[in-house]
Design a protein around this ligand. Structure first.
Ligand SMILES: Cc1cc2nc3c(=O)[nH]c(=O)nc-3n(C[C@H](O)[C@H](O)[C@H](O)COP(=O)(O)O)c2cc1C
Length: 191
């Protein structure tokens, strides 16, 4: 076993998801998209997901004002769009139109739109806000989930094709690779 070095304490929890969060508000109706890697599942029931947003971001104001956001999962062929939404501010540009993406009204949310071209869209209502220094964590309850038909099997279950998914790891994007097993396989309950 290799010896350990001590490095600066940090959030080295890699890989993380990388998602496109869409938002808008009563005061800023032009919808916006922000790339977010500080995101994660917080509870299964009620379905709860959080996003950490730096208060200086344009999107921070939109989410804080509306109490809403949509998490959109991009495919690997959309990674350039996610990256673009992570380096340009909605204060300066309309990212929907720059990326040729279509804002579609949500079912339940009033202001935040879905990104039509993304295969999965999670409508989230903010149920708690946690100011945590560099980022504010918006805790969102998922109030509606939309999945592209091609990602649902004939029994209505979500199918996630690994080659169409990617993760973010220390500044780089990586496509998901080889399947290693399934839940419970170590006890012989899966292949
Ligand atoms: C891959 C990636 C992940 C990012 N993750 C976050 C994040 O979790 N929280 C955050 O506040 N900014 C994050 N950013 C930076 C914002 O996406 C970026 O500053 C964006 O331009 C803000 O847009 P806005 O001003 O329109 O809100 C990330 C950027 C990239 C490229």
């Amino acid at each position: 076993m290799a010896a350990k070095c001590k490095v600066e304490p940090g959030t080295h929890l890699y890989p993380t998801p990388a998602v496109m969060v869409s938002c808008a508000s009563e005061f800023e109706r032009r919808p916006n998209i922000i790339a977010i890697a500080w995101t994660g599942v917080l509870a299964s029931s009620p379905p709860t997901i959080g996003v950490g947003v730096t208060p200086a971001r344009h999107s921070h104001r939109l989410i804080a004002d509306s109490g809403e956001f949509v998490i959109n999962l991009p495919r690997t062929d959309q990674v350039d769009l996610l990256d673009y939404c992570g380096v340009v501010s909605g204060r300066d540009e309309d990212k929907f139109s720059a990326c040729s993406l279509t804002p579609t009204p949500a079912d339940v949310l009033r202001w935040a739109p879905l990104i039509a071209e993304c295969p999965v869209n999670l409508e989230c209502r903010v149920i708690r806000r946690l100011p945590l220094g560099s980022h504010e964590y918006f805790v969102g309850e998922v109030v509606r989930t939309h999945v592209s038909e091609e990602w649902v099997d004939d029994r209505g279950r979500l199918v996630l094709p690994a080659e169409q998914l990617f993760a973010y790891s220390r500044g780089r994007y990586h496509q998901l690779g080889k399947r290693l097993g399934r839940h419970g396989f170590s006890r012989g309950s899966g292949a």
